[in-house]
Design a protein around this ligand. Structure first.
Ligand code: CO
Length: 148
């Protein structure tokens, strides 16, 4: 491939049993602020995005810590915690165009968990790639659409 398909590290996703306690831990330990708090029924999570760096005034998207609490044990994050405990769940990378990026990565033989982009936090389009083809790392692509 000629161009790098990944433009930035967008966020790290961390699975936790208790979102409120996890947010408090990151606020108290690192002084991070909550940029967004959402429930995503489709993904079975309640989640917070905490901004790291960036300069909102200049329109730069910060990096984020994404804290994920499962809505029930019978969700992907719920099963992850049951199997492996709390901790690092996935890495999200920024991409310029998620559709063409998915096609390129799928064409290279990497299994796609999401054949098509779906709705992610803060209005982004996201898609997950199979960890079994990426060294055990659940990998997420993020195309952020800046608010008009
Ligand atoms: Co994510």
């Amino acid at each position: 491939m000629v161009l790098p398909l990944l433009t930035r590290i967008d966020h790290v996703g961390i699975a936790c049993r208790d979102l409120d306690r996890a947010v408090e831990l990151y606020q108290a330990t690192f002084g991070l602020e909550v940029a967004s708090l959402e429930v995503n029924e489709e993904q079975g999570v309640r989640e917070a995005m905490l901004a790291v760096g960036g300069s909102p005034a200049s329109g730069d998207r910060p990096g984020y810590v994404q804290l994920l609490e499962p809505l029930s044990p019978d969700t992907p994050v719920g099963r992850f915690i049951a199997r492996r405990g709390e901790g690092l769940h996935h890495v999200g990378y920024g991409v310029a165009d998620i559709g063409t990026t998915l096609a390129a990565i799928g064409g290279a033989g990497i299994r796609l968990i999401d054949e098509r982009p779906r709705h992610g936090s803060m209005g982004a389009s996201i898609a997950f790639l199979h960890p079994g083809d990426l060294g055990g790392v659940l990998t997420e692509l993020v195309q952020f659409v800046s608010p008009a």
